[in-house]
Design a protein around this ligand. Structure first.
Ligand SMILES: Cc1cc2nc3c(=O)[nH]c(=O)nc-3n(C[C@H](O)[C@H](O)[C@H](O)COP(=O)(O)O)c2cc1C
Length: 337
């Protein structure tokens, strides 16, 4: 399949693995890139720019396909040394960066001077337009369903994607709630040139996380995520667990007076406990509603091949079937999960 995104990034399939804290190590990124998608190392999971340089080198040993780095601009006063992280990316010869969080505007000159293509992930049409205006090459449009930070507009992809298509000139991928061929074909129909998946890629053989995490994703349903930190305007969609229930209880008690210190134990340092130790009750870690569509733990290649084969069948048989008057039983679409 050829789209503006496969052309832009030089990849075979229009499928991106979004940056994921404590998941986006070299093993994850390389597996996705080797399967023809675009894998991303999560920059800030590496505690220093030097460690990121090593992770990039490790990934290069595992794949000769294009891969990228996610740089998340956090709402924090003690910002990580972003210029040094960008230097590590440039010196490592990485040509694709996914930015997220705050606008990457101040770092665009450094990224562009390194010949880097920038895809900015954002949750609204106005932020997408801003990304286009400051010279981003593409946008990842992240709907309310998404795992992680959906923003504060609560706009689901069924509306957000066609709205983005109405306004944007640069290509965009659909992010949030994407799991299978049905997601991809729907995203393409709504104007996207591909899709970005987070949660779905964690339930794969190669994802470098504890088995408990993968099993929890298969066991969970679409009703099992929660929104936390709304009062802080730092909303995050997470998988429910005992730590999250405590967090929500504190939020109920404190109401509008909630401060980040109040929920420190339930949000700080949780990722290594979950992803490395497999402690599933540790607290808040990002997970999308799409968890309800995750029923197995395939290899990354099996997942991507299945998506592309099913997408072709969906388009050639189910969709053109409607036009030809042949139609198709709903079961056919159900099977393409
Ligand atoms: C465990 C986890 C950690 C994440 N960490 C980050 C991150 O550090 N930076 C970022 O930009 N996005 C992060 N995300 C968001 C993903 O890149 C992606 O945008 C999101 O998962 C898409 O929604 P989906 O989970 O429905 O596919 C994370 C998502 C998950 C599930």
């Amino acid at each position: 399949m050829k789209t503006a995104i496969t052309e832009l990034f030089g990849i075979e399939h229009p499928i991106i693995q979004g940056g994921m804290h404590y998941v986006g190590f070299a093993e994850m990124a390389a597996a996705v890139s080797n399967a023809g998608g675009l894998g991303l190392i999560t920059g800030l999971t590496q505690r220093t720019p030097e460690l990121l340089a090593k992770e990039i080198a490790r990934c290069r040993d595992m794949t000769d396909k294009p891969f990228g780095v996610n740089l998340t601009f956090l709402p924090t006063f003690s910002a990580p040394p972003y210029p040094e992280y960008i230097a590590a990316i440039r010196e490592g010869g990485v040509k694709i960066v996914e930015t997220a969080g705050r606008s990457p505007e101040q770092y665009m000159p450094a990224l562009k001077a390194g010949g880097i293509k920038v895809i900015h992930k954002c949750t609204s049409v106005r932020h997408s337009l801003k990304a286009e205006q400051i010279g981003c090459d593409a946008v990842s449009v992240d709907g309310f369903e998404c795992g992680g930070h959906p923003g504060e507009d609560d706009m689901p992809n069924m509306i957000l994607l066609p709205r983005a298509a109405e306004e944007l000139k640069i290509p965009f991928v659909a992010s949030g709630g994407m799991a299978d061929a049905r997601s991809l074909v729907a995203a393409l129909a709504m104007g996207a040139a591909g899709m970005n998946m987070g949660t779905r890629f964690i339930a794969t053989k190669e994802a470098p996380v504890h088995e408990n995490v993968k099993k929890a994703l298969v066991a969970a349903t679409e009703l099992d995520t929660r929104l936390v930190m709304r009062a802080l305007r730092n909303t995050e969609r997470v998988l429910n667990n005992k730590g999250v229930e405590q967090l929500l209880e504190i939020e109920r008690e404190k109401g509008k007076s909630l401060k980040i210190e109040d929920v420190h134990d339930q949000v700080a340092g949780v990722y290594p406990k979950v992803m490395i130790d497999g402690d599933m009750d540790a607290g808040a870690w990002s997970c999308g509603m799409v968890v309800g569509l995750i029923h197995d733990i395939p290899t990354v290649k099996e997942l991507i091949d299945r998506i592309m084969a099913d997408a072709e069948r969906l388009i050639r048989q189910r969709l053109t079937g409607f036009l030809d008057g042949a139609g198709q039983r709903p079961a056919a679409a159900r099977a393409m999960a």
